[in-house]
Ligand binder design. Structure first.
Ligand code: 5RP
Length: 223
């Protein structure tokens, strides 16, 4: 059975999708509900840019065209889930390992709508271990650097990313300044990217509640 909060948030996102638009589509169980609902609603989009192989396969199975981002150009809208969101709509993502492609597409989109169930809202990011995608040969070096930054990295066994890299799940970061931490981790040689979406957070957060209600949260400065 689909989690009612995920279902509610995914359905609410449908109202933001225009016919004939090009859409960026994220990864995860909430996004899967959204993809299925988009197909069932009969909304005719021009096509989608997918943040993972799994999402591309699901879109294709519904007859939705999947485009290469290099050919799509700037996207109007990106829809994706998250593992945590703070009140400023800064996020932790990457629980599903698709963080790098997700960050690329979010950055290439004019608007990022994040869809979550209520359990993902937190006051301060960091309870969820922060995923970091790393070039395989740099694994031990990056792990040591992450310890120096104050966290405890854990190798995600058997989880190669779609880009052929590995994931370190970093426990215990005190994330008082997400923008600074995002930049500091990304500056370690061998890091592809990390799951903090703080420099480019969500513009709109749709939170699905257990009773089926949806609350809408807009980032300061977003139009
Ligand atoms: C994948 C992600 C997902 O958006 C995140 O893990 C949330 O997943 P779900 O919708 O299954 O709770 O960042 O890399």
């Amino acid at each position: 059975m689909v989690h009612p909060g995920k279902q509610a948030a995914a359905m609410a996102a449908l109202d933001h999708v225009q016919n004939d638009s090009l859409l960026g589509v994220g990864t995860g169980s909430t996004v899967n509900v959204f993809i299925d609902a988009l197909a069932a609603a009969g909304t005719r989009i021009k096509g989608a840019v997918a943040s993972s192989v799994a999402t591309a396969e699901r879109l294709t199975s519904h007859g939705i065209d999947v485009l290469d981002l290099n050919l799509a150009g700037q996207l109007e809208l990106y829809i994706d889930g998250a593992d945590e969101s703070d009140p400023q709509l800064r996020l932790i993502k990457g629980g599903g390992g698709a963080l790098t492609r997700e960050k690329i597409i979010a950055s290439a989109s004019r608007e990022f709508i994040c869809i979550v169930d209520q359990s993902k809202q937190v006051e301060v990011l960091g309870e969820f271990p922060l995923p970091v995608e790393v070039i395989p040969m740099a694994r031990s070096f990056v792990a040591r650097e992450i310890v120096r930054l104050g966290a405890d990295p854990e190798y995600r066994e058997g989880a190669a990313t779609d880009n052929g890299n590995i994931i370190l799940d970093c426990h215990g970061f005190s994330i008082t300044d997400p923008v600074a931490l995002e930049a500091a981790i990304n500056a370690i040689p061998g890091v592809v990217t990390n799951g903090l979406f703080a420099a480019r957070g969500a513009d709109l957060l749709l939170v699905g509640h257990d009773n089926g209600d949806v609350t809408t949260h807009q980032a300061a400065g977003a139009d």
